[in-house]
Design a protein around this ligand. Structure first.
Ligand code: Z5A
Length: 208
């Protein structure tokens, strides 16, 4: 546990429905009287949003090598943890983060095939002791997720990968869930939005 509040993270492939479900769950928590802070990665702070821009949308970022990408994701997270997440948890808030260090483990470690031990060391350095109380993994066939995501206007550098990359990411997440059964809970993202929300709500209620 990361403080006196609760820290919940959401993970999954492109278009799996994280952002939509987070919005719904945050509203329900607020209706139930909880103070909720929602943040996203990369980003969530002024510095983090600038890093997000470099990672995803600047013209120059097309030349970025995987090692630089790894360090930038970790840099954004270091700032978010210390500037936003830990202070909010100390105030007793429920902090919900759209992606956290598991994204780095899977996208950079499995997707980009960077050395998993190096990724783990950098992840640990970036988050310190700030581990989520619950991580919801919304699992979805990437062919469906990409179809959903590509319906949007914004199509960034990270989204322009091969299907094989996204299949590896999905497998990486499922293997992570098998290793971390106490923290990481898998929800089927292919169901109706209301059903996905209900399954997530049950898990979230369980940790509060
Ligand atoms: N990345 C990384 O490599 N390493 C890291 O350490 C971190 C991130 C932190 C961030 O992109 C990229 O950075 C991401 C991983 C990488 N990229 N890749 N590839 P982002 O923040 O721009 O996007 P994202 O996190 O991948 O989220 P997303 O694509 O916006 O998807 P989402 O939030 O999971 O989905 P959504 O926006 O809620 O839903 C997508 C659409 O589907 C939307 O129209 C919904 O109305 C619809 N939807 C949602 N649920 C359903 C259901 N159940 N049925 C039907 N339709 C649905």
């Amino acid at each position: 546990m990361a403080g006196s509040g609760k820290f919940i993270t959401f993970e999954g492939g492109e278009g799996c429905g994280k952002s939509t479900v987070i919005e719904r769950v945050a509203s329900r928590l607020r209706e139930a009287g909880r103070t909720v802070l929602v943040c996203r990665e990369p980003g969530g702070t002024d510095i983090g949003e600038q890093i997000r821009h470099v990672l995803q949308y600047s013209k120059q970022s097309a030349a970025m090598v995987p090692e630089t990408e790894l360090l930038l994701f970790c840099a954004s997270r270091s700032q978010l943890v210390r500037e936003v997440i830990q202070p909010s948890l100390r105030e007793g808030k429920v902090v919900i983060c759209d992606r956290f260090f598991d994204s780095t483990t899977v996208y950079q470690g499995v997707g980009r095939k960077l050395d998993p031990q190096t990724v783990a060391v950098l992840n640990k350095f970036a988050i310190g002791t700030c581990l989520p109380d619950l991580t919801v993994l919304i699992d979805l066939d990437p062919r469906i997720g990409l179809e959903r995501a590509r319906g949007r206007e914004l199509f960034d550098r990270m989204e322009n990968q091969t299907l094989d990359f996204y299949q590896r990411v999905r497998q990486g997440y499922l293997e992570l869930a098998k290793r971390e059964t106490a923290r990481v809970k898998v929800v089927n993202g292919a169901g109706k939005l209301d059903d996905v929300e209900a399954a997530v709500w049950k898990l979230v209620s369980g940790v509060l």
